[in-house]
Design a binder for this molecule. Structure first.
Ligand code: BES
Ligand code: MN
Ligand code: ZN
Length: 498
């Protein structure tokens, strides 16, 4: 779908469908009022008769409204005017797109971006509008023998704005939103693919494809034998039980100054997590194909950054492996030496994410990074702590944590910080190695991050545990594309600051 902006007055527009907001209770938005006047009270008549209260998400599709130039008008309830928030705007935007997709219209014009949302300017309303639209229209049907095709798909959505002076910021919003949506789409596609298709080698090929497509983009793949030789014993201990060779994939987008330190993003890429010898129970184990959600979000970020052509240096680094039980798989109790030289007693082979990440976090020291952020579906415990709303944030650097919290607020892709105090480290004590990979039941998300922090002392680092936010279960099972909006915002803010 394509997005446009146009300046003008609502009642004069010629479009397949004009989208107008109505607040509760029965209050026309300013743009709806203009149409109402021109149509001799057609809209207010409908409100009076009780067919549209303006409740959040309520919709009413009208045809042949007198004196207008549009084929249809879609009235959409926005709830109470004073409570109109980013979440409500996103909800309404998604509802509108879902309804339009069911009608015969191929183009539409939205006036919702003119409604007031507390402390959000036009840029943000257009960005959220486009991101919500693309999120709603996303389909994953590449593995179905018959594709679901809309008869007359929605092709064009125009945001109507008041003033020509707002055109430049609106164009920027469109470009950035489309780039972020494309990145998010790639993240969803990769995460939705099953483990038999999306294995480490497949991910490496996807990285090569990005390098072909974009300027300033190059890829370096480290294979399992190289990694073994190098001394990445923790990574190899996870990968060794699978027929699929493990890989570390470095995507370098270097469009900034030569001497500028890169922002480094490290993704957990377990393409399937059976738990290994510490085998997981069977229920919902299929969802462990999403255990490369962190890696998928790094791919999505790299695509978004390259699409936006941002003048900055960014490295996307993915630790990709499959966690399988096998006769040559790691046993509980095995001790391995990590790339950092520190030794780890593997008490549970299902705590594999931290094992592949710790060596990746050591490896990326070579980039002399400005910051390092890792993204991982690391612990079930984060779902208990934060549910499916916020990703867990942990960091060894307060300014970086605040920077991420700020970007998270802006992008409305939420995080919540948890502590990684020294006291928690005691839970990782081992009688046989420097420490173990298991912290026990209390504060499982935090002790996982404490483990990682033993490998991140040389740079400013933050960790995002996205086990609760990267995918949905149940009837709407599928990847969310989070936290691509957050990661993209972190990079955008860095560019805008410099
Ligand atoms: N990939 C899982 C985390 C996970 C579990 C995400 C369920 C989403 C839903 C991770 O590798 C894992 O198995 N973690 C263990 C750690 C434990 C053994 C210390 C967990 O969370 O149970
Ligand atoms: Mn696991
Ligand atoms: Zn895992």
């Amino acid at each position: 779908m394509e997005f446009f902006v146009k300046s003008g007055s609502a009642e004069k527009q010629k479009t397949g469908c004009l989208i107008l907001g109505v607040f509760a209770s029965r209050k026309l938005s300013p743009q709806a009022q203009l149409v109402d006047e021109l149509s001799d009270g057609h809209l207010s008549g409908i409100l009076r008769r009780g067919d549209m209260e303006g409740k959040l998400g309520q919709t009413l599709l009208l045809h042949s409204v007198p004196n207008t130039n549009c084929d249809r008008i879609l009235l959409v309830g926005c709830g109470k005017e004073r409570e109109f928030s980013v979440s409500n705007y996103q909800k309404v935007s998604k509802k509108v797109i879902a309804i339009l997709d069911e009608t015969g219209t191929t183009d539409a014009m939205s006036c919702l971006n003119n409604l007031n949302i507390k402390s959000q300017d036009l840029y943000w309303k257009i960005r959220f509008g486009i991101e919500a639209a693309n999120d709603t229209l996303y389909r994953f049907d590449q593995l179905k023998s018959k594709k679901s095709e809309s008869r007359r798909p929605l092709r064009k959505l125009t945001f109507l704005i008041d003033s020509r002076a707002d055109l430049p910021q609106s164009e920027v919003a469109i470009k950035q939103a489309e780039a972020i949506s494309k990145g998010q789409g790639l993240t969803k596609d990769l995460a939705n693919l099953p483990g038999n298709i999306c294995h480490p080698t497949y991910l490496a090929e996807q990285a090569e494809a990005l390098a072909e497509q974009y300027e300033h983009f190059s890829v370096d793949v480290l294979d399992e034998s190289e990694l073994k030789e190098m001394g990445a014993g923790a990574f190899v201990s996870v990968a060794q039980g699978s027929e699929q060779p493990g890989k570390m994939i470095a995507m370098e987008y270097m469009a900034g100054a030569k001497d500028e330190k890169p922002l480094v993003f490290v993704g957990k890429g377990i393409t399937f997590d059976t738990g290994g010898i510490s085998l997981k129970p069977g229920a919902a184990m299929d969802e462990m194909k999403f255990d490369m959600g962190g890696a998928a979000s790094v791919f999505g970020l790299m695509k978004a950054v390259a699409e936006m052509e941002l003048p900055i240096n960014v490295v996307g680094f993915v630790a990709a492996a499959e966690n399988m039980p096998a006769s040559n798989a790691t046993r509980p109790g095995d001790v391995v030496t990590t790339l950092s030289g520190q030794t780890v007693e593997i008490l549970n082979t299902d705590a594999e994410g931290r094992l592949v990440l710790c060596d990746a976090l050591t490896y990326v020291e070579k980039y002399n990074p400005e910051i390092v952020i890792d993204i991982a579906t690391l612990t079930g415990a984060v779902i208990i702590a934060l549910g499916h709303q916020a990703s867990g944030l942990m960091s060894n650097n307060n300014p970086l944590a605040h920077e991420i919290e700020n970007a998270s607020d802006m992008a409305h892709d939420r995080v919540w910080r948890l502590p990684i105090w020294d006291e928690y480290h005691d839970q990782l004590k081992s009688n046989f190695a420097d420490f173990s990979n298991l912290g026990g039941r209390p504060a499982g998300t935090i002790t996982a991050a404490c483990f990682l922090s033993k490998f991140t002392k040389k740079y400013r680092w933050a960790h995002l545990d996205i086990a609760g936010t990267a995918w949905r279960s149940g009837s709407k099972k599928g990847a969310t594309g989070r936290p691509v909006p957050l990661l993209s915002q972190i990079v955008l803010n860095r560019v805008n600051k410099s």
